[in-house]
Ligand binder design. Structure first.
Ligand SMILES: [Zn+2]
Length: 353
């Protein structure tokens, strides 16, 4: 094995052991920095000579079947690697810079579904979601920004539900982030004519019980999802809204009536991922400890269902009956007060608003 191959393998191995989500290659005038992203931290790991970084980047591009000769155009690629007998999906993207190409590798471990018991800082919220999955029909929406763990939540809920009920689960994703055997997964492929809306129509003819639609991002998809959930299917999907109740207003923008919303919507969950305070080192966890410590990040869920959901729907209709439910800020404050989350967690959340 050449030095370059060795180095590439070592970087991916270390990153996956440490739970790093992205490896950055940042070209500079004289050299290249390799940085690791872990949560909100992006830290320099190595400084390597330019000559070596060029070879390393080309090697990764080669592995991902990207055009090695092309350096002026941004490219994307992906590959699957086996790291310590576990599959890791690497998603690559390059950008031309004045010095050299820059490369970012996103690591998507294809591990077993995350146990639902470890998803949430407050496990009661996940239990609520799991019991709502027992419904035969209806719509469940999961919101949160990119990287908030929505996909992980969806996969572990689907897995838990599959294990207890053996229902036929079909997903429509863009892209498929985790390949699994217990779901039938369909990849959105616009060139082949599979968009969210045409794919969803095709899935409905394929006798599904549960349908997971990667994202509702247009009116047509929203309408089909509503129709599917009215006709005996449980539909799970994601949306980009700031908080849980934002999903209702987004559905209204897609011309879904309040009546349809009330008839179909079972729950809306909004989530954010937070760094957990290390139980051993406190707020500044040492890299060696981070490597061996299991729980590093955890989600906080704002879940609307039942009474709280009806209240929010009522509010969207223009009624103003006072009500309250565990909102993000209350839950984050609770996590801080109990010593699980660093004080900055609330600041980070406020900056999004
Ligand atoms: Zn620690």
């Amino acid at each position: 094995m050449s030095m370059v191959e060795n180095h590439a393998e070592r970087l991916v191995l270390e990153a996956s052991i440490e739970g790093v989500t992205d490896i950055h290659f940042v070209p500079r005038r004289e050299d290249c920095l390799i940085k690791y992203r872990f949560g909100n931290d992006l830290t320099v790991r190595e400084k390597i000579p330019k000559q070596h970084s060029t070879k390393l980047i080309s090697h990764f591009k080669f592995l991902a079947s990207m055009d090695i000769g092309e350096k002026r155009r941004p490219q994307t690629g992906s590959l699957m690697l086996s790291v310590r007998e576990k599959l890791v999906n690497l998603r690559l993207s390059t950008l031309p810079t004045p010095y050299e190409e820059s490369l970012v590798i996103r690591l998507l471990p294809q591990e077993d579904p995350f146990p639902t018991s470890e998803l949430s800082l407050f496990p009661q919220t996940t239990n609520t979601l799991i019991s709502l999955m027992k419904n035969k029909h209806g719509l469940m929406i999961f919101t949160g920004p990119t990287g908030s763990g929505k996909t992980t939540t969806l996969y572990s809920l689907l897995h838990a539900s599959h294990q207890s009920t053996q229902r036929n689960v079909i997903t429509l994703e863009d892209p498929i982030e985790k390949h699994t055997d217990y779901l039938l997964q369909v990849q959105v492929n616009e060139k082949a004519g599979i968009t969210y809306s045409t794919g969803l129509k095709a899935i409905l003819r394929h006798d599904p019980d549960i349908i997971m639609v990667g994202e509702i991002r247009d009116e047509e998809t929203a309408k089909i999802a509503i129709r599917a959930s009215l006709t005996g299917h449980l539909v799970l999907s994601t949306m980009h809204t700031k908080d849980a109740k934002g999903a209702i207003y987004r559905l209204k923008e897609f011309n879904i009536t309040m009546q349809e919303i009330e008839q179909t919507l079972l729950a809306i969950s909004a989530q954010r991922l937070f760094d957990l305070i290390c139980p051993f080192c406190g707020e500044t966890c040492m890299p060696i400890c981070r490597k061996h410590r299991k729980a590093k990040r955890i989600s906080v869920y704002e879940v609307l269902h039942g009474r709280s959901l009806l209240n929010v729907i009522d509010e969207a209709r223009g009624n103003t009956t006072p009500y309250s439910y565990p909102t993000f800020s209350k839950l984050i404050n609770k996590g801080i007060a109990l010593g699980y989350l660093p004080i900055q967690s609330l600041e980070g959340w406020k900056h999004e608003l």
